[in-house]
Design a protein around this ligand. Structure first.
Ligand code: ADP
Ligand code: MG
Length: 214
């Protein structure tokens, strides 16, 4: 199987080609078409198996196909457990958004709060964030999630282990509307709190578990 088999938008395909990737990894082979079909996902595969592109690609594809629900609100929010992971996801996302009209911003704990308020006022389509700081901005009304189309939880098991369940619930409730799709990624699906959360946040999710990695 090749990336060209997914029927992706041509700008998206050319970025993938520039990255030098032809063949999707196993998790990408399963998660990309399922997400493109509109399903919520609860997906797992080991570290290094390509989960980042497994959610970035369907997110960009969805934006290229659908009209925005709101001109002001973010369309895609990607939450990760740590600053380092958020930076890694953001750098991959930027490869795709750099030559487009889409704005992507990074909102991390430990950084200047007022600078982030200004960044949020630019009305980005994409927010990559750690949950605590994003929840603070949400509480203070610096952005809204009424137009959110896609909520992505990267390393959900670690976010829950780090105690972010309250913030995840808050963000979920603020973005609670019919049209939202939710993609949950985890290193393991054998995690009771992840499964409880999946019940709370996802609608009829497809479960994808790749045990061998690539
Ligand atoms: P995970 O989140 O599952 O730990 P990453 O998304 O960080 O994995 O990807 C690990 C590495 O694999 C990255 O360097 C990424 O660029 C690379 N990669 C992703 N998809 C592919 C692919 N289809 N072919 C080759 N390398 C890939
Ligand atoms: Mg990852």
């Amino acid at each position: 199987m090749q990336f060209s088999d997914f029927g992706l938008d041509s700008a998206l395909m050319s970025t993938i080609e520039h990255m030098g990737f032809n063949e999707p990894t196993q998790i990408q082979q399963q998660a990309i078409p399922a997400a493109m079909a509109g399903h919520d996902l609860i997906a797992s595969s080991k570290t290094g198996s390509g989960k980042t592109l497994a959610f970035i690609i369907p997110a960009l594809q969805r934006l290229s196909k659908n009209r925005a629900l709101s001109k002001r609100d973010p369309r895609v929010v990607i939450l990760t457990p740590t600053r380092e992971l958020a930076k890694q996801v953001f750098s991959q996302l930027r490869l795709f958004t750099a030559n487009t009209q889409y704005k992507a911003v990074l909102i991390l704990g430990g950084e200047n709060f007022n600078d982030q308020v200004k960044v949020l006022q630019k009305e980005p389509e994409f927010i990559v964030a750690t949950p605590g700081r994003l929840a603070d901005h949400l509480t203070q009304g610096h952005f809204h999630l009424n137009g959110l189309e896609l909520l992505i939880l990267d390393e959900a098991d670690r976010m829950l282990d780090l105690g972010f369940s309250k913030e995840l619930t808050q963000i979920n409730k603020a973005a609670d509307h019919r049209k939202r799709q939710t993609l949950l990624f985890s290193a393991t699906l054998d995690h009771a709190q992840v499964n409880e959360f999946a019940t709370e946040l996802l609608t009829k999710p497809k479960r994808i578990a790749i045990n061998a990695g690539h």
